[in-house]
Design a protein around this ligand. Structure first.
Ligand code: SF4
Length: 473
């Protein structure tokens, strides 16, 4: 099959092209980076297109609609490329990773027997061994076990080159079993990395140029990692320790569950200036009936109380959230309660989807499925309101002076681009030499998804992260 690892005479791996396609969440983006790290010692270097690649990995996401259909149509295209390469005497290792691989491994090898490797999210550290086995095996290599601890123990100390903004996984898996979600089945039970391992990786990222780190976890604020002396650290404690790393200017974390927003974490929003005033806190619905059917474990009032406590701790905090319209059993009155909650909170951003059944989840077979047209109509109404709120939030930044972390060149000559404390892209004129620095910027204009501003002299009075205006209530 031509899949074996190439070695030069002195034993070093020859250069091989690796194309990684990533769907879905930031956790998948992070995982793709780690898979590239694991394969680098074997000579695999990332390329931008599958044409001519020696190995293609599709890192899949089960949350998105029609995830399997998209995967199989992509696999159909890759089959042709693989055939052409094999006809030319070269090979292509084709691997499917991520949550669709975990959930539908057998189906993938049945429908697409040209796939060489199917690997679940907890087995990425074994990828080199799987590549070697794929070169010998007649059929596909399937690895979809879920020993999370092992994965973190065996991943290399890489991931040091993500750039000015970086992701760092601190927690994986979920024990909450929301009715619509596959994560507990595909990623397994909650697991938190020890604090020392997280701090060491953060230091490496900062040494390699990171100035902003986003901590990742499917349930990141359920973090309960082992701290010094065997004590358990929550996320608040971890954030405080990370904030002490010199040159690490900004911290964020995602994705949170309202139930795990404990007092120490809320206090960290008050006490840790590096913790940015923007929080993604999924609520999914404003109806207690639907929240119960979703098995979310909290009511709308409890969510609002968490929001209030967070805003007391950090008055300039802006929120984003996730919403699902048309969960089985959702009535027009339930949906009206979602709209009321959105009006009341005022979100600076949001992801919203209409409910779509995920095989194997409890809601997929539930009675009272909402007709497609109704789900659509509710989604349109919700998205219109959320869009309005996002634009209003962006406009509310006009005239403020804020620190912007410059992350790269802008689209036009002389422009640089960066991020506001509220994760908005900001464009401004400025020298490329400032990239990687946090600079004071006065915001002049707001667009639906970004801001533009004016670079102020760096000796201008130090701008406060606590903007004069709170987020819209
Ligand atoms: S808490 Fe989040 S990851 Fe866990 S089951 Fe619910 S939606 Fe999925």
């Amino acid at each position: 099959m031509g899949l074996g690892l190439g070695m030069t005479a002195n034993g070093a791996a020859t250069r091989r092209r690796l194309f990684l396609r990533t769907w879905g969440c930031q956790m998948n983006v992070y995982d793709s980076g780690r898979m590239a790290d694991v394969l680098a010692p074997l000579g695999y270097a990332p390329v931008d297109a599958p044409e001519g690649a020696d190995m293609v990995i599709l890192n899949t996401c089960h949350i998105r609609e029609k995830a399997s259909e998209k995967l199989f149509s992509e696999l159909g295209r890759l089959r042709e490329m693989k055939r052409e390469r094999e006809a030319a005497g070269a090979g292509m290792v084709l691997a499917v990773a991520g949550c669709v691989a975990q959930a539908e491994g057998a189906e993938i090898t049945r429908r697409a027997p040209w796939v060489d490797i199917v690997l679940g999210p907890q087995t990425y550290h074994r990828l080199p061994e799987m590549v070697a086995r794929a070169s010998r095996a007649a059929g596909a290599v399937i690895e979809t076990e879920m020993p999370v601890e092992q994965k973190f123990d065996h991943l290399p100390e890489g991931a040091a080159s993500q750039g000015i903004t970086a992701f760092l996984t601190v927690q994986e898996g979920c024990d909450k079993f929301c009715s619509f979600c596959v994560v507990p089945y595909t990623r397994g039970a909650e697991y938190s990395r020890p604090a020392a391992a997280v701090l060491a990786e953060a230091r490496r990222l900062v040494a390699a140029g990171a100035r902003e780190i986003t901590l990742l976890g499917q349930n990141v604020n359920a973090y309960h990692g082992e701290g010094p002396g065997g004590r358990v650290w929550g996320l608040g404690r971890l954030l405080r320790a990370l904030a002490e790393i010199p040159d690490l200017l900004r911290l964020r974390y995602t994705t949170s569950h309202p139930r795990d927003m404990d007092e120490d974490l809320i206090a960290a929003h008050r006490d840790v200036p590096a913790l940015m005033p923007y929080l993604h806190l999924p609520v999914q619905s404003g109806s207690d009936r639907v929240l119960a059917a979703m098995n979310r474990g909290h009511t709308a009032a409890e969510f609002l109380a968490v929001v209030e406590r967070l805003r007391e701790a950090r008055p300039d905090l802006a929120l984003s959230s996730d919403f699902i319209t048309g969960h089985p059993g959702e009535t027009a009155a339930d949906f009206a309660q979602t709209m009321a909650l959105v009006e009341r909170v005022g979100f600076a951003g949001a992801y919203s989807f209409k409910y779509s059944p995920r095989p194997g989840t409890p809601a997929a077979g539930a009675p009272l499925q909402v007709p497609e047209a109704e789900k659509d109509a509710r989604l349109q109404a919700l998205q219109a309101l959320l869009r309005e709120q996002q634009e209003a939030f962006n406009r509310s930044r006009i005239g403020l002076t804020m620190p912007v972390l410059l992350t790269g060149p802008g689209r036009h000559p002389g422009q640089v681009a960066g991020r506001s404390p509220w994760l908005q892209p900001v464009h401004l004129l400025g020298p490329a030499a400032l990239i990687g620095r946090e600079v004071p910027v006065r915001i002049l204009a707001a667009h639906p998804n970004s801001l533009s501003g004016l670079l102020l002299a760096e000796d201008a009075p130090s701008p406060s992260l606590r903007a004069e205006e709170p987020a819209p209530a």
